[in-house]
Design a protein around this ligand. Structure first.
Ligand SMILES: Cc1cc2nc3c(=O)[nH]c(=O)nc-3n(C[C@H](O)[C@H](O)[C@H](O)COP(=O)(O)OP(=O)(O)OC[C@H]3O[C@@H](n4cnc5c(N)ncnc54)[C@H](O)[C@@H]3O)c2cc1C
Length: 379
């Protein structure tokens, strides 16, 4: 045996799982096709939003609260600044499903928040143009994460705790049997007890039964100059998610003192082959997000000054797949399909994966992430 557990894909979830496993003293071997913290799929672009008043469903709130604690633990153990809680604004029509989900999360878990509208909203956050009937919900336990630093920090910490991580090593195939799993890479073969597949958009390579349900999608991030950048410093400008017409505009304060991130993440484009991600940004994409910014954040200059392209794995219901897949060996589990909103919960997903790999069970409620929900449709 080369290790008790192999983690295939040391990106967001893989780095956190490797850290969590190494912390428990499990012998763990990570395989990463590129370098750690690479920007080929879902890591990159300077910031990721952390929110607790969750618009994707209140079932995530306990996971996010624990994730917040784990982000702080990783910071404390390494001296790195990964999560800045400068607040978060959810902006939109209160009668929409996403804004109702935000309210449900708040009410059910008694989350620290404020609801702002009209003149008071304008006084507090004049950067956002609010339309009649819209409200702002200020989530006090929200802010931004530093994605590249988070992944490299978790991987480095895992290595300090005894994990081995093979960089620039592509896993080509896994062959599970009742005693363990054989792994073939572009270099040599390995033998381990169990495997965790965290290859994001590439996960169907190893679990083809999920190929009808797990799809890669392309997301474009954009940054804008400001008329007065001081209005967009973290202390003045919480992270935000703004739902309006065809847009889901999300963004973060300026982190370099020159540019503000504001991106349209509605309906990301489907990609047939994640290996063929088109990293060019179309003029139309730049124009569209610029129009949204012009309408909604008038203090920004509405032509993007920076743009970059990433991808994530999406499921039909936008909930991930975390667990063992029936029909495959009990030695292979998956954590993928985070559908554009997984970064904030990565440490707790790492902990859940470690629970399942070590003990076969977890105390977290992850029913909504159960891969079994797709089983009747497996081909
Ligand atoms: C543009 C964008 C913005 C986002 N914004 C937010 C946000 O604000 N807040 C939030 O919470 N979430 C956000 N998300 C979602 C979040 O970033 C993802 O859900 C999460 O990072 C997915 O992690 P992952 O581990 O599944 O995939 P990844 O982090 O992509 O990791 C997959 C890894 O597997 C490796 N790999 C692939 N194939 C192989 C192989 N054969 N052998 C070895 N290694 C392999 C890859 O190189 C990669 O390192 C965003 C996503 C994107 C793309």
């Amino acid at each position: 045996m080369d290790a008790d557990v192999a983690v295939i894909g040391v990106g967001t979830m893989g780095s956190m799982a490797t850290w969590q496993l190494a912390k428990r003293g499990v012998s763990v071997l990570g395989f990463e096709k590129y370098g750690i913290g690479n920007d080929r799929s879902a890591v990159g672009g300077e910031s990721r939003l952390f929110r607790t008043a969750y618009m994707e469903g209140k079932e995530y709130v306990p996971l996010l609260q624990d994730s917040q604690r784990l982000w702080k633990e990783l910071e404390y153990g390494t001296g790195k600044s990964l999560l800045t809680l400068n607040g978060g604004l959810m902006i939109g029509d209160p009668d929409t499903q996403v804004m109702r989900n935000v309210q449900n999360s708040i009410e059910f878990f008694d989350l620290d928040h404020e609801v702002l509208q009209g003149k008071e909203a304008h006084r507090r956050f004049p950067q956002h143009r609010l339309f009649a009937g819209e409200i702002m919900v200020l989530d006090k336990n929200a802010g931004f994460l530093r994605p590249e630093l988070a992944v490299t920090t978790a991987a480095t910490q895992a290595e300090k705790l005894g994990a081995s991580i093979l960089r620039y090593t592509e896993v080509k195939d896994i062959q599970p049997d009742q005693w363990g799993v054989s792994i073939s890479t572009d270099k040599r073969k390995y033998r381990v007890g169990k495997v965790l597949v965290t290859t994001g958009p590439w996960s169907v390579t190893f679990l083809p039964g999920l190929s009808h349900h797990l799809k890669a999608r392309r997301l474009v991030l954009t940054w804008f100059s400001a008329k007065d950048i001081t209005k967009f410093y973290p202390k003045n400008f919480p992270i935000f998610a703004r739902m309006r017409k065809g847009f889901r505009l999300t963004g973060a304060p300026t982190l370099d003192g020159t540019m503000v991130k504001a991106s349209n993440t509605k309906n990301p484009e489907l990609i047939e082959d994640p290996g063929q991600l088109n990293r060019d940004v179309k003029v139309e994409e730049l124009r569209e997000v610029g129009e949204a910014v012009k309408e909604l954040i008038p203090d920004l200059i509405p032509e993007p000054v920076r743009a970059s392209v990433y991808m994530d794995a999406y499921t039909p219901d936008d909930h991930s797949v975390v667990g063992y897949l029936p029909g495959t060996s009990e030695n292979v589990m998956i954590a993928s399909g985070f559908s554009g909103h997984g970064f904030k919960m990565a440490p707790v997903i790492g902990k859940i994966a470690a629970d399942l790999l070590e003990n076969g069970k977890t105390s977290y409620d992850i029913e909504h992430m159960d891969p079994n929900r797709y089983v009747e449709n497996l081909t």
